[in-house]
Design a protein around this ligand. Structure first.
Ligand SMILES: Cc1cc2nc3c(=O)[nH]c(=O)nc-3n(C[C@H](O)[C@H](O)[C@H](O)COP(=O)(O)OP(=O)(O)OC[C@H]3O[C@@H](n4cnc5c(N)ncnc54)[C@H](O)[C@@H]3O)c2cc1C
Length: 395
């Protein structure tokens, strides 16, 4: 019987990992199944563009996986039973169970909407495609007269507020954040950010903690109300509760605790990559949820799966955090590098060149899903169990 590898999620981490494994493992020995809620690869890094009204390139997973032998199951994962080695999925035809020998968990993250009263019911967000489309519809309903308040002061909030302001110049667009907008940026980048806010007419409310959201306003702890036709919640990501509910060891934020090879510390035949994994980076700090972290954790996870299943040595690859690229609408951006303590360097690339760099990075990330070995030849590694790894079932 073939060894069944099931990959949950086909975002940056899951789609890349699936494609890579398919090109390394022998099809006679391994069966690869990907479960994803949507039939397409969703370029999550561009969802603020989708919300603002731009159409994103359609990237069907069947095209991305064409010729690889990967089985695609479009369904929602609702539960994992690590002891029974099965995953419960739900689709239009009902509830089903998929059995695995090895699981790669890459379900990513979503917006943290449960911490502030009224956000889940009344606010919009851009962390998933259906939510971004909902906001897009709302913005188009507002036409040329309306007020939008984006809550948050970090990357997603900055990208969302600038994109919306640029695409909808007649709307009144504001940003409210409990700290400083882009407060962690270096001085050059921060000056550039505020020039962009001015140019786009974004009103910034710093040191403003939103405590409640209702249908017409965002309200602070002291009762100050910001009237808004749309409140966009961009104040942090949360990990899906599925992992914690399944008994995998997680951090308080829901991220799965893994060893250096991306194996769950509580269930070593479950590997984790991307936003769902709690990984301490090379700088000694938790890796930020990011596309770059999805790439480096995926490389480690697939290396470990191949090593554990074929007996090959597992290389330890770097888990760096070098910086962030931030779009400020379509023609402007910031590329902020950080030092080994994750503090912003004083220098940053700003403006049109930074926007072009960001576009190139996004296009390369999408390209790599079809070319996960970056042009190098693949292998046909056969299955050999690796008895020294505790908790693994031989394939
Ligand atoms: C608007 C926006 C802008 C961003 N900009 C940047 C940026 O500039 N740079 C950067 O580094 N990062 C950015 N990020 C963060 C980045 O998108 C994530 O860190 C990255 O997508 C993580 O990859 P992942 O594969 O772990 O998760 P995802 O890309 O989120 O993939 C998870 C996959 O799992 C699927 N899924 C989720 N739940 C289920 C379920 N229950 N059942 C079945 N399938 C499910 C989803 O449909 C998705 O396909 C941005 C995020 C957003 C929302």
């Amino acid at each position: 019987m073939k060894h069944r590898i099931v990959i949950l999620g086909a975002g940056y981490a899951g789609a890349f990992s699936a494609g890579y494994l398919a090109r390394q493992l022998h099809a006679d020995d391994f069966e690869l199944t990907v479960v994803n809620a949507e039939p397409d690869f969703v370029e999550r890094l561009r969802l603020h563009q989708l919300a603002a009204g731009q159409d994103l390139r359609h990237r069907p997973l069947t095209d991305i996986f064409a010729g690889t032998g990967i089985r695609l199951r479009v369904a929602r994962v609702s539960d994992i039973d690590p002891a029974g080695h099965s995953v419960t999925v739900v689709d239009d035809s009902g509830v089903d169970h998929i059995h695995y020998d090895t699981l790669l968990y890459a379900l990513g993250s979503t917006a943290a909407v449960d911490q502030v009263h009224g956000v889940a019911e009344h606010a919009f967000h851009v962390a998933a495609r259906p939510a971004a489309l909902r906001l897009r519809r709302r913005l188009s309903e507002l036409g040329e007269d309306g007020t939008v308040l984006v809550v948050g002061g970090n990357l997603t909030a900055i990208e969302a507020v600038t994109e919306i302001a640029e695409a909808h110049p007649h709307l009144r667009v504001g940003l409210a954040t409990r700290g400083e907008a882009g407060g962690w940026l270096g001085p050059k980048a921060r000056r550039h950010l505020f020039r962009a806010f001015d140019r786009l007419g974004v009103t910034v409310h710093e040191h403003t903690t939103i405590d409640q959201v209702d249908a017409t306003a965002a309200i602070t702890a002291d009762g100050t109300g910001f009237a808004a036709d749309a409140v966009v919640w961009a104040a942090g990501f949360a990990v899906h509760p599925i992992a914690a509910a399944s008994g995998l060891e997680v951090r308080p934020n829901g991220q799965i605790v893994v060893d250096r090879q991306m194996r769950s510390v509580s269930h070593p035949d479950v590997y984790v990559a991307g936003d769902s994994a709690f990984v301490v980076g090379d700088n000694g700090r938790p890796l930020p949820m990011s596309c770059a972290s999805a790439g480096s954790t995926s490389m480690q996870a697939v290396g470990a799966i191949i090593g554990d299943r074929t007996g090959r040595d597992i290389a330890t690859n770097a888990q760096p955090y070098v910086g962030n690229h931030i779009s400020l609408g379509r023609k402007d951006g910031i590329f902020q590098l950080v030092d080994s303590d994750a503090h912003a360097r004083s220098w940053a690339l700003c403006g049109r060149t930074a926007a072009r760099v960001k576009t190139t990075i996004l296009d390369t990330a999408a390209w790599s899903l079809r070319h996960p070995t970056f042009g190098r030849p693949g292998h046909n590694y056969r299955s050999v169990s690796r008895p020294q790894v505790p908790g693994l079932v031989a394939g």
